[in-house]
Design a protein. Structure first.
Ligand SMILES: Nc1nc2c(ncn2[C@@H]2O[C@H](COP(=O)(O)OP(=O)(O)OP(=O)(O)O)[C@@H](O)[C@H]2O)c(=O)[nH]1
Ligand SMILES: [Mg+2]
Length: 220
């Protein structure tokens, strides 16, 4: 038997889960609910938040955590609309982890907030694997990405509590098969609420917002 020292590192997800649990407790103590917005790069997450801001602030107090690999551009866009926002930069990682989110929440006076929305790093795959302490994940898919994406990247659609189908104003210019998309989503998650929206034309937003603002009481 050799006496070689072998270092073993494992259970990183377990460590992430500990922070997620802490965050969930922290939010519950403050009667605040966090949503984790996940979708591919450029699917329209920040634009959706920009367009929702005016409606949301009429109904509740909310803040946003922006997740990106680099730049503060998305946070700047929301700050310009006077939305309370912090920017999380992963410096390379393709998803947010719970510890980072937990520390960033310290920026906010959670007692005064009803909802925190996290815009995760633009990525249809990895962020869905990480619990960041959210009450629910919200999937965002744009019609320009193709109707087969729910089948190719099923985890997010399985995990999500709702799907926002964005950029529907572009449908007349695309070969996107809307029926097939809905069918593909249903094959992964039969009861997933789906909200078609166009941020550009400001359609479908009120339906999604109505669902969102009901969640604190329904999900708590
Ligand atoms: N036609 C159309 N374009 C949209 C819509 N929503 C967003 N876009 C455009 O899509 C591009 C990307 O939008 P963003 O909101 O920055 O996308 P994002 O998902 O936040 O991007 P990342 O944070 O980089 O992942 C921009 O050029 C938007 O103007 C929409 O409803 N209709
Ligand atoms: Mg964005």
């Amino acid at each position: 038997m050799s006496n070689l020292e072998i270092k073993v590192y494992r259970d990183l997800m377990g460590e992430n889960e500990k922070w997620a649990v802490k965050t969930r407790q922290l939010l519950a103590e403050n009667n605040c609910v966090m949503f984790n917005l996940i979708g591919g790069p450029g699917c329209g997450k920040t634009t959706l938040l920009e367009k929702m801001a005016g409606w949301l602030e009429k109904n509740l107090h909310f803040a946003v955590l922006e997740g990106d690999i680099e730049t503060t551009r998305d946070a700047e866009r929301l700050a310009a609309l006077k939305i309370p926002v912090s920017q999380l930069l992963t410096g390379g990682a393709c998803h947010l982890e719970a510890k980072m989110v937990h520390y960033a929440l310290a920026d906010f006076d959670l007692e005064k907030l009803d909802i925190v929305i996290v815009e995760n790093v633009g990525n249809l795959v990895c962020p869905a694997e990480f619990d960041i302490g959210e009450k629910a994940k919200i999937a965002v898919l744009s019609v320009t990405e193709g109707e087969e994406k729910p089948l190719k990247y099923p985890l997010l659609f399985r995990e999500a509590a709702a799907l926002v189908l964005t950029k529907t104003d572009l449908l007349p210019h695309l070969n996107f098969n809307n029926e097939a998309c809905l069918e593909n989503v249903r094959r992964i998650n039969a009861n997933l609420p789906i909200f078609p929206v166009s941020a550009a034309q400001e359609t479908g937003l009120t339906e999604f917002i109505a669902w969102l603002i009901k969640q604190p009481t329904e999900l708590k």
